[in-house]
Unconditional design. Structure first.
Length: 115
């Protein structure tokens, strides 16, 4: 079976639910606590490519940091990616990643599409 990785925040109910849904189906994903071990810009770019979305679509717009950094849909892609790498709290959670695709786990059931 393909290795699945989850960018996980244990304090987030959606993240915990997505993880539980995978585990209930016998999948033990590699957990990356992305707030402690932020993804690099390269990893974010790869994940955006797998998601098929732009950087703004992977961001938590309601985070105070988003506003503090004056980010918006008009901010250049490279700047948004850099902001996520430097401030991982900006990354929407959870993100579930396989070798060939990725999904944002909102709703958590999205995780099951990778199985």
């Amino acid at each position: 079976m393909t290795t699945i990785t989850i960018w996980h925040n244990p304090r987030c109910s959606k993240s915990r639910t997505a993880l539980a849904l995978l585990e209930e189906r016998g999948v033990e994903p590699r957990q990356v606590k992305y707030l402690e071990t932020p993804p690099t810009e390269t990893e974010i770019r790869r994940t955006l490519n797998l998601l098929g979305v732009s950087a703004i679509d992977l961001m938590r717009h309601s985070e105070a940091t988003f506003k503090e950094l004056n980010l918006s849909s008009d901010t250049p892609e490279d700047e948004l990616i850099s902001a996520m790498a430097s401030n991982p709290i900006l990354i929407e959670r959870p993100v579930i990643i396989s070798a060939t695709q990725a999904v944002i786990g909102r709703p958590p059931e999205n995780a099951l599409t990778l199985l």
